[in-house]
Design a protein around this ligand. Structure first.
Ligand SMILES: Nc1nc2c(c(=O)[nH]1)N[C@H]1C(S)=C(S)[C@@H](COP(=O)(O)O)O[C@H]1N2
Ligand SMILES: [Mo]
Length: 426
């Protein structure tokens, strides 16, 4: 006789709500996989046996040198931001609502280019370290690949991510097409402290000016202290060499800080006593506040989260138990807590956080929800281990005004209508 260790689960109707709108205890999903067994779409296996399936009878395709996703998944694709005046200037968004887990596949990492993607021959590429150093150095790719490396799982988020949130009306686009200028990957490379140590930093240096080898030679200033603390020269992305669109053959990795500082196609690091005051740190990535003062050098990406399922454009087939899930991240450290509301923020319940809880990286949250078929407003609110709490939109707008364009991290709300259709709301 087989012994079964499955604990009896009370029928779904008997589970108590732990917050308004039908939020259930986050541990219920752990207690039983039977949770959804009564749901539509699940059939008894023995009832199958309709059409003969060709792949069960014919040998499959041969080996491939580099694997591709199933053709049935071809719509899991980056959404490209169109209508840009300058060729090569624009974005492509990670389809966050199509993905699960926490790692962004390399082919779906978001892109932000000011001047297109250069096709760099690594044999011809050099990284020069110069300025206020004992001796200027030029590294070729081959020699850099021989340095001791380390790996870190980190998100990169564009400072302009979610900027449609500043609009007076909520934009109706899929979650990733508004909030998907953020991705998370395991980056492997050489700590910059190692390379700077070799060049010998002068005592009066306090900034590092990083420059890319794209046609616009994009450059940015980063405080030397940050560079020496935890920045690296990224060479590998999720185990393989960087993709051209993400900076091949090398890019700067600046953990937790805004995307624009992660200079791609890196060709120059200049040690300096002051920032260079380039276009992207003055005219751009600087914000006028209601007081008339401007926020400049706002480096750290703030604590943020969003529900990826259910989210805009999805439809709930009917009243049932659903898993609400999404992503949270903070440039200040680890995610400590994600609360979810199903009644527009009147009451909140803690979602389960999937470990390991890595600093400055995506954290996946999940919570069960019983939808009764009446209109609901879903929200998520993240807190990081430095105590930062994701603000309500009204709070953020009151603080920063509406002239802002960057660093939008307010709570994101989705409305579920009685027909199950999900849309964006404020
Ligand atoms: N050389 C160079 N580096 C660059 C950019 C660029 O246009 N040129 N774009 C920056 C911006 S604004 C962002 S948000 C990130 C985006 O990195 P990704 O395209 O790998 O997602 O790269 C940064 N590094
Ligand atoms: Mo960016």
């Amino acid at each position: 006789m087989t012994r079964r260790f499955i604990r009896p689960v009370p029928p779904a109707e008997e589970w108590p709500d732990i917050a308004g709108g039908g939020l259930l205890d986050r541990r219920l999903f752990l207690r039983s996989g039977l949770l959804l067994a009564g749901s539509a779409g699940i059939r008894n296996a023995l009832a199958q046996g309709d059409a003969p399936l060709p792949w069960l009878h014919t040998p499959g395709a041969p080996f491939s040198a580099y694997g591709q996703p199933s053709p049935y998944e071809r719509y899991t694709a980056r959404r490209i931001g169109a209508n840009r005046a300058v060729a090569g200037n624009g974005v492509s968004f990670t389809p966050l609502e199509e993905l699960a887990g926490t790692i962004t596949p390399n082919g779906l990492h978001f892109e932000r280019h000011h001047n297109g993607v250069p096709q760099i021959d690594p044999a011809l590429h050099r990284l020069t370290v110069h300025g206020r150093v004992r001796q200027a150095l030029a590294f070729d790719v081959k020699s850099l690949l021989r340095y001791p490396m380390r790996s870190q799982t980190l998100f990169i988020e564009c400072g302009g991510n979610s900027n449609a949130g500043w609009h007076s009306e909520p934009v109706q686009r899929p979650a990733g097409s508004v909030h998907g200028l953020v991705s998370c990957a395991e980056w492997t490379g050489v700590p910059l402290s190692v390379l700077l140590d070799e060049a010998g930093v002068d005592a009066d240096a306090s900034w590092v000016i990083a420059e890319g080898a794209d046609a616009g030679a994009m450059n940015m200033s980063i405080p030397l202290a940050k560079i020496l603390d935890d920045c690296m020269l990224g060479l590998y992305q999720n185990g393989e060499r960087l993709r051209p669109e993400n900076g091949y053959p090398m890019r700067l990795i600046v953990p937790g800080w805004e995307g624009v500082l992660h200079v791609k196609w890196l060709q120059r690091l200049e040690l300096s006593a002051q920032p260079v005051m380039s276009r992207n740190e003055t005219a751009k990535y600087t914000e006028l506040l209601p007081s008339g003062k401007a926020r400049q050098f706002t480096f750290t990406m703030d604590c943020k989260s969003l529900i990826t399922t259910p989210s805009h454009g999805q439809t709930l087939p009917g009243p049932d138990i659903y898993q609400i899930t999404g992503l949270a991240w903070s440039g200040h450290g680890r995610i400590a807590r994600v609360e979810v509301s199903a009644d527009g923020g009147n009451s909140w319940a803690d979602a389960a956080l999937q470990g390991p809880l890595l600093p400055r990286s995506f954290t996946r949250f999940r919570i069960p929800w019983r939808w009764d078929g009446t209109p609901a407003v879903l929200k998520s609110r993240a807190t990081d281990d430095a105590g930062n709490v994701q603000p309500e939109r009204a709070t953020l707008v009151a603080e920063r005004g509406r002239a802002g364009y960057f660093h939008y991290n307010a709570i994101i709300a989705w409305t579920v209508e009685d027909d199950g259709l999900v849309s964006h709301t404020y």
